[in-house]
Design a protein around this ligand. Structure first.
Ligand code: FES
Length: 576
């Protein structure tokens, strides 16, 4: 292994200088009591922290950061913690997703502009993971990801309840008259009772699994609960390890290879992971020059069974997943069945197979065996047709089997506000066979592609005991949600994609097995509608304008067009 010399460290071009520049670079850092020997050529490690009280899932990150700091010091490095824009999924409007790319710019520019040789990324709530990974990938220093870990199980009236998933089911129960408002309020404090991110297999848990499957995180990263002491140990080990990665001159791009992404895609299928992983992995791959497409997801997910019985597809929660052995068990089973690139290198310096081959499953009801999986062929499917020429996705493990082939008349909503205005109307011409279609919720249209694709069912249908309908939109949905929901339709309605032309009463045919989504309207009628279609104006200033002018479509990862790729870690010009 090639060793990085002291002179080769980029931090030495700040801290190793003489004269006025060296004085300036060192002296201000010493104002909090940093001894002079910290500038002697030891690796300087950035601890990139997304702590924020506006991101409830990341409010324990000061503790995690402290553990990383200890680890860096123990290994002979010099830790420097810094904040970046934090993205709280529950509070940010119009959507945390709109700010994913902005936060990634914050990470990229902060890392490159400062005297850092390596970086540890502290990530938890949904978008904090892809944004930090994307930013770090465009700089390509040695990098380790540390996830904050999931919350403990929610417990309500003696039963386990899961983040998001039971919000959706309980709110439907309220609307169907099965649960009172008081009971619903009581559940609020029962669902989220410890530090950590959503403890269903939602987007945060999925992305924590992706960090581990890609090899950017240490083994065990995905599932250890936030408040378990072992989460702190993992953070400390990451702090120690990053110093070695710098000394070994081991950039992130050595981990983020095509094989690593293929491992992540298959792992996502096996865990019944979130559809959001599709967008985030494509965007991340774009930052390191790996060409990942929707077709890769469809091809690689086929024949991968869902092994993990977690909400929203199943019934257990992340705490159970951890007790069962966590992601190493899933990766071991993929490896045993020819579905893992075993040699893919990971942040601890070992091949992924060496990390997982001896993993043991302690709760087979949570991680079911490959020969007797939780669900067969349950990955993310990509459907195409005249309604989605560039593709749309559906999470088959969370869908209702009988609706995977379905034809029905569209009920169209032009916005989510339009939907909420109409959905409770008893005169709405909706039946269980209708297809709910939602427009203008894509990357540019919302903007930020909000998680509104899992439209709640109309009370009229709910009261008949129906719990699922086909829903189609250019939106995303929360990874905690479920149902026969076709998402990420591309091109989106706001740029004049065919979705914009659908009208109430049009027949729509979905066939997941055949991978098709068809609008049964003749071309002449569609041409007339297309001629009459007019785009909505975009924002006139600020980040929202930048975003709407440059965001790519969902099938391309919804990155900003000018952020695709990387610029490495050259040391910038002097500032004084
Ligand atoms: Fe933060 Fe779900 S709201 S992970």
């Amino acid at each position: 292994m090639k060793k990085k010399s002291k002179q080769g460290l980029r931090s030495q071009q700040w801290f190793g200088r003489e004269g006025a520049h060296g004085f300036i670079y060192r002296s201000w850092v010493q104002n909090r009591g940093v001894p002079h020997d910290q500038f002697d050529g030891r690796p300087v490690i950035g601890i990139c922290n997304t702590w924020s009280e506006l991101t409830p899932c990341n409010t324990h990150f000061r503790i995690i950061a402290e553990q990383v700091r200890q680890g860096v010091l123990e290994a002979g490095g010099f830790p420097l913690e810094f904040p970046v824009m934090s993205l709280g999924e529950t509070l940010m409007r119009p959507s945390a997703m709109m700010f994913r790319n902005l936060a990634s710019m914050d990470v990229e520019e902060t890392v490159r502009a400062n005297p850092l040789d390596g970086v540890v990324l502290l990530m938890g709530c949904d978008k904090t993971t892809p944004s930090l990974l994307m930013g770090a990938a465009s700089v390509n220093l040695p990098t380790i990801g540390v996830s904050g870990g999931p919350m403990l199980r929610g417990i309500y009236h003696g039963c386990a309840i899961g983040s998001g998933t039971n919000v959706w089911s309980m709110s439907e129960d309220v609307r169907a008259g099965k649960l009172s408002q008081d009971e619903f309020h009581e559940a609020e404090s029962c669902m989220h009772r410890s530090h950590g991110h959503c403890m269903t297999m939602g987007t945060a848990s999925t992305m924590a699994c992706m960090v581990e499957a890609l090899g950017v995180g240490l083994p065990g990263n995905a599932a250890i609960p936030a408040v378990d002491g072992r989460r702190n140990v993992l953070a400390r080990e990451a702090g120690r390890r990053i110093v070695t990665l710098v000394r070994e001159d081991f950039p992130l791009s050595r981990i983020l290879t095509r094989h690593a992404f293929e491992n992540a895609i298959r792992a996502n299928a096996a865990i019944g992971g979130s559809t959001n992983a599709v967008i985030h992995l494509i965007a991340l791959a774009g930052r390191v020059g790996v060409k990942l497409t929707l077709a890769d997801f469809d091809r690689l997910s086929r024949n991968v069974p869902a092994l993990v019985n977690l909400m929203p597809s199943g019934k257990f929660l992340m705490e159970d997943f951890h007790e069962a052995g966590g992601l190493p068990v899933v990766l071991r089973d993929l490896g045993r069945n020819g579905l893992l690139h075993r040699h893919a290198i990971t942040a601890n310096g070992k091949a992924i197979w060496d990390n997982v081959k001896k993993a043991e499953c302690w709760r087979p009801e949570v991680i079911q065996p490959f020969a007797k999986p939780f669900k067969k062929d349950a990955g993310i499917a990509v459907v195409r047709g005249n309604m989605a020429p560039d593709g749309a996705v559906i999470k088959t493990s969370a869908a209702t089997p009988r609706l995977m082939k379905h034809k029905g008349p569209a009920i169209v909503f032009n916005s989510i506000e339009h939907f909420y205005r109409r959905i409770n109307d008893p005169k709405l011409p909706v039946t269980k066979d209708s297809v709910l279609v939602l427009k203008n919720c894509g990357p540019k249209g919302y903007p930020g592609m909000a998680e509104v694709g899992n439209m709640p069912l109309p009370p009229k249908v709910l009261r008949k005991g129906i719990t699922d309908m086909v829903r189609i939109s250019d939106a995303r949905m929360s990874g905690t949600a479920y149902g026969t929901v076709v998402l990420h339709v591309a091109p989106e309605a706001a740029i004049g994609g065919p979705l914009a032309l659908v009208q109430t009463g049009d027949m729509i045919a979905l066939d997941v097995e055949a991978r098709t989504l068809h609008l049964e309207v003749d071309e002449a009628t569609l041409a007339k509608r297309r001629a009459a279609w007019k785009p909505e104006p975009i924002a006139t200033r600020g980040y929202q304008r930048l975003y709407q002018e440059h965001v790519l479509q969902a099938h391309l990862g919804a990155d900003l067009d000018f952020l695709v790729g990387g610029s490495g870690a050259p040391v910038p010009r002097e500032s004084h």
